[in-house]
Design a protein around this ligand. Sequence first.
Ligand code: E4P
Length: 229
Amino acid sequence: MKFFIDTADIAEIRDLAATGLVDGITTNPSLIAKSGRDLFEVLKEICEVVPGPVSAEVTAIDFDDMLREGRILAKVADNIVVKTPLTVDGLKTCKTLSDDGIKVNVTLCFSAAQAILAAKAGAAYISPFVGRLDDTGADGLQLIAEIVEIYNAYPNFHTEVLVASVRHVGHIIESAKMGADVATIPPAVLRAMYKHPLTDKGLDAFLADWAKTGQTIGDAGGKETRRSA
Ligand code: E4P
């Protein structure tokens, strides 16, 4: 499963990219607004830090303007993926850009029917929003299961399932079990994935016992492992 980070916060991106576990980034207009930065400036910086796919969303709602914006965004860097909403105009834009060789992430997907349309429009990624579906009382993960099943039935669909609107670690675990291709993860959720109280407790015990030995691990191996008293 690939991990994208769902943020436009460059400090967070630099910090998490240093783990070597970040495969890409997703942004949206709300995340850009939250960053307080110029869209093009922040996108260029993100694309320099993360060589993988970086999603940048169009803000127009009609086909001609979406297409114009998509082409402008695609010129920012080779790793930009244009994000279009799951509307008629958004999918027309997706089809045109995809036919031109520009990768598109179709966002705001809330049904399997919409995911089928995005695949037919040549989307590189479909972004079903699990958290926002859960908020309505529906089952976001059930949608992931449906889309994975449908896409697997059609080898000519090359659209990757990108689990979006992730709210907790359980969303990642369950999506991974289903074989979803990508999860876009808020920084706090990615950090939470590392945590287990038994890891902390076990490490404390190991370090306490090690301190009692008076040894250190040095370049010279066993000969120099004992500290001088
Ligand atoms: C990702 O591409 C989406 O924009 C994002 O995951 C939305 O998440 P939210 O529902 O937490 O805003």
